[in-house]
Ligand binder design. Structure first.
Ligand SMILES: Cc1ncc(COP(=O)(O)O)c(C=O)c1O
Length: 403
């Protein structure tokens, strides 16, 4: 075993958003009283892991800091690209071109940039909802509008695309950019090739550029595969692919992501407006992780599979009216608790106040998410167990109280 996923690591006083920043970043600075000291709250919200980062990255960082200069750095050599391309070849049978490969301090910063580079002032971004909230911010922070196309939910937690609505929304000539989240956060869907082809072809037919945010692609349940959207359209330059070592290997604080831009014009704008500096420690970590992180990732997947089974079994037994399906990817459980709560309950606040468990309620996911919570399961099993017991008790307490 390369890692001990059962180990509880104290993250406090490391500036971790999950544990040290939750009052501002989850609870919006409101004076919410928890039933425990803040230090004892269980953080299962922001999408990073309570596990140690991949040893391959830590080893690579150690090697890099053995050299004592951390001056201005740009990607001059091909090491990061080669490690990433080899990773993509091994895992996806797809290799991006070196000349299309760029880095960004994160995928969210990349989305922010791309909205500005691609859209005129009155143009719009489209995405599938529920959706990761920075998708909205990427549009609205620069005065563009986000349009959503609600996913269909079949009653058992399985989400599919409403293609009729997608076509309708794409027909708005002001919609020029589609943010595809593949795999999808928060539902965990890994879109199938037929779904991907249909979505992309509709976008192309309407002259809409696709940004395929594939940050969760490596975090699939064991045995499942992922197809990068761009692999299905090797001739197209209308798909921008975002991938990252940050989510896969728990390196988000290092601030580096990979952005593949095949379109010459968009890439030229990016290069003109983006200063190409990189953090040399982050480059080393990402390179090391892509080179040598396969074994650790396989172990992580097995561990997460079991965490998801624990959630499925516990909910089936103790909250039988909850709708939950083990997601195809991500370490995020997306649970429909609408049988237990009316749509106006702020579930983030409810679980924080009632049981000190920090999860993200549906109100954090732009639209079509009432009554849901997203629970981050990338934490030791004993923590999942403890949190589940608290969530169940709080939910049943609520039902009894309102009955
Ligand atoms: C769909 C999606 N995109 C992007 C990000 C964040 O990317 P980054 O940390 O590289 O900015 C997340 C993190 O949760 C995410 O879920």
């Amino acid at each position: 075993m390369e890692s001990d996923f059962d180990r509880i690591i104290d993250r406090r006083r490391t500036n971790a958003v999950a544990t040290d920043g939750f009052r501002d970043y989850l609870l919006g600075g409101e004076e919410i009283v928890l039933p425990c000291p803040d230090a004892d709250a269980i953080a299962m919200w922001v999408a990073d892991m309570a596990f140690a980062s991949v040893p391959a990255a830590i080893d690579a960082i150690r090697q890099r800091i053995a050299h004592p200069i951390f001056g201005y750095s740009v990607l001059v050599d091909d090491d990061l690209f080669d490690a990433f391309a080899a990773w993509c070849a091994r895992h996806y049978g797809w290799v991006p071109l070196r000349e299309h490969f760029l880095t960004s301090p994160g995928i969210v910063p990349a989305l922010f940039d791309l909205v500005e580079y691609i859209l005129e002032n009155d143009e719009k971004v489209l995405t599938l909802s529920p959706a990761y909230s920075p998708f909205e911010l990427a549009a609205t922070r620069v005065g563009r509008q986000l349009v959503t196309c609600g996913l269909r939910e079949s009653g058992d937690g399985h989400y599919t695309v409403d293609f009729a609505d997608l076509e309708k929304k794409l027909s708005d000539p002001k919609v020029r950019l589609f943010f595809l989240c593949h795999p999808h956060n928060p539902s965990g869907r890994v879109w199938e090739n037929d779904e991907l082809r249909a979505m992309a072809e509709m976008c192309f037919a309407h002259g809409v550029v696709v940004v395929s945010d594939e940050i969760h692609c490596d975090l699939r349940r064991s045995g499942l595969t992922h197809t990068p959207l761009a692999k299905l359209f090797p001739e197209s330059d209308q798909i921008i692919t975002c991938m990252s070592s940050s989510k896969t290997f728990n390196l988000a604080g290092l601030g580096i992501a990979n952005v593949i831009i095949p379109n010459d014009e968009i890439r030229d704008i990016w290069k003109d407006r983006n200063f190409p500096s990189v953090n040399p420690i982050s480059v080393a970590a990402a390179t090391g992780a892509f080179r040598n992180g396969d074994g650790w990732l396989a172990e992580l997947r097995t561990y997460l599979d079991t965490n998801f089974e624990l959630v499925r079994d516990t909910l089936a037994e103790q909250l039988p009216d909850a709708v939950f399906r083990i997601p195809e990817a991500t370490y995020l459980a997306w649970v429909d608790l609408s049988a237990y709560f009316s749509a106006d309950v702020d579930l983030t606040r409810f679980f924080a106040e009632r049981c000190g468990v920090l999860v993200e309620g549906g109100e954090k996911f732009i639209a079509d998410a009432e009554g849901h919570v997203r629970i981050n399961l990338a934490c030791p099993r004993s923590v999942v167990d403890d949190a589940l017991a608290k969530i169940v008790t709080a939910t049943l307490g609520r039902t009894i109280a309102t009955d």
